[in-house]
Design a protein around this ligand. Structure first.
Ligand code: PBG
Length: 328
C-alpha cells in the first residue's frame, strides 16, 4: 500500500505549459475587456495622470487615436469620462449637448463605433464644483430625487450623441428605472444600461480623483455601499434588474471578489467588474519598485476577477492586456 501513496497526484495536470493550458478553467479574451478613458476640454496635449502611470487625460484627438488602438487590439468596449473646463453646482456641462463628454461620444462612435461598444459614465461628479455624484439639498446632503431628474436628462443627451451603453455610477436609488424610462420616452430603446449595481465607498478611488480633476471634499459614504456589507449587493441587484438593467457591475473588483461571486451566481444578465484606479496604481507602484513582476501580476489580477464571475472587465490595462493575450 505505502508504495502506491499518494494515490492521487494533482501535479500531473500541472507538469507542462501545454498541459496547464489544456486544463485551464478560466480564459481571458480581449473582447471582454473595456477600456476606461478620460477626455479633457481645453488642453492642447494629452496630460499624464501622476498617480496612474501610463494613463492620460486625452484631448479629443488623442482619444480618437486611443480608441482606434483599442479596437485594433481587439478590446470589446470603451467607457468614456468627460472633464469639463467649467463646473457648477448642478453639473450643467453634463447635459450640454456640446459638452466634452457628448463631443467625445460623437468622435469615438464615428471613429470606431462599428468595432467597439461605446459607453459613457452617467454621473455628475466630473461636472459638479462640489464633486458629488448628485445635486445637493440645502443642508448639503446629496438629494436623491433631484439628482434622478439630472440623470434622466444626461441619459438622453448621451444617447442623442450616439452612445451605445450608459453607465450610471452615482448609486442613487431608482436611477436605473428613471434612466430607462427617459431613454425609452425619447425613442432610445436601443441604448443599453450598464448598472453600477454594487459600488462600494472605497479608498481605492483616490487616483481617479486626480484623473478627473475632482473637487470632492469628504466622501461618498451616504450613497456608495459600506465595505462591510455583502448582502445589500444582492438587494441592489434585485432592484437594478427590476428597474431594467441590461448588464450589472461590481466595483471595485479585487477587494470585492466575494461580492462578485455572489452577484454572478444570482444574476440572469451579464456581470461586469471594474478594476479601479487604485487597483491599477498599487500594481504599477509595486512593479516600478521591482517588487512584483508587472505583466504576470496584471494577468493574474484579471484572471482572478474573471474566475470570481466577471464576464466583462473594465481595466486601465485593457489594451496592453489584449496585446499580451494575443501573443499567448
Ligand atoms: C463616478 C465614478 C468613479 C469611478 C468611476 N465612476 C469615482 C467615484 O465613485 O468616486 C472610479 C473609477 C476608478 O477609480 O477607476 N463618476
Amino acid at each position: 500500500m505505502s508504495a502506491e501513496f499518494p494515490y492521487v497526484r494533482p501535479r500531473r495536470l500541472r507538469r507542462s505549459p501545454a498541459m496547464r493550458r489544456l486544463v485551464a478553467e478560466t480564459r481571458l479574451h480581449p473582447a471582454e475587456l473595456i477600456l476606461p478613458a478620460f477626455v479633457s476640454e481645453g488642453i492642447a496635449e494629452p496630460r499624464p495622470i501622476t498617480s496612474m502611470p501610463g494613463v492620460l487625460q486625452h484631448t479629443r484627438d488623442s482619444l480618437r487615436k486611443a480608441a482606434v488602438e483599442a479596437a485594433e487590439a481587439g478590446v470589446g468596449g470603451i467607457m468614456l469620462f468627460g472633464l469639463p473646463e467649467v463646473k457648477d453646482a448642478v453639473g450643467s456641462e453634463g447635459t450640454n449637448p456640446d459638452g466634452i463628454l457628448q463631443q467625445a461620444i460623437r468622435d469615438v462612435v464615428a471613429e470606431v463605433g462599428d468595432r467597439l461598444v461605446v459607453m459613457s459614465d452617467l454621473c455628475l461628479d466630473e461636472f459638479t464644483d462640489h464633486g458629488h455624484c448628485g445635486v445637493l439639498a440645502e443642508d448639503g446632503s446629496v438629494d436623491n430625487d433631484a439628482t434622478l431628474a439630472r440623470y434622466a436628462e444626461m441619459a438622453v443627451v448621451q444617447a442623442e450623441a450616439g452612445v451605445h451603453v450608459v453607465g450610471p455610477s452615482g448609486m442613487m436609488d431608482g436611477q436605473i428605472a428613471v434612466i430607462r424610462r427617459a431613454l425609452d420616452e425619447a425613442g432610445h430603446q436601443d441604448v443599453s444600461v450598464l448598472a453600477y449595481t454594487a459600488k462600494y465607498a472605497s479608498a481605492l478611488y483616490g487616483p481617479f480623483r486626480e484623473a478627473v480633476n475632482s473637487s470632492l471634499k469628504g466622501d461618498r459614504k451616504t450613497y456608495q455601499q459600506d465595505p462591510a456589507n455583502a448582502r445589500e449587493a444582492l438587494r441592489e441587484l434585485e432592484l437594478d434588474l427590476a428597474e431594467g438593467a441590461d448588464l450589472v457591475m461590481v466595483k471595485p473588483a479585487m477587494l470585492y471578489l466575494d461580492v462578485l461571486r455572489q452577484v454572478a451566481d444570482a444574476s440572469p444578465v451579464p456581470v461586469a467588474a471594474y478594476q479601479i484606479s487604485g487597483e491599477y496604481s498599487m500594481v504599477e507602484a509595486a512593479a516600478a519598485n521591482g517588487w512584483i513582476e508587472r505583466e504576470r501580476t496584471i494577468l493574474e489580477t484579471l484572471t482572478s476577477i474573471r474566475r470570481a464571475g466577471a464576464e466583462q472587465i473594465l481595466t486601465y490595462w485593457a489594451v496592453e492586456a489584449a496585446r499580451m493575450l494575443k501573443q499567448q
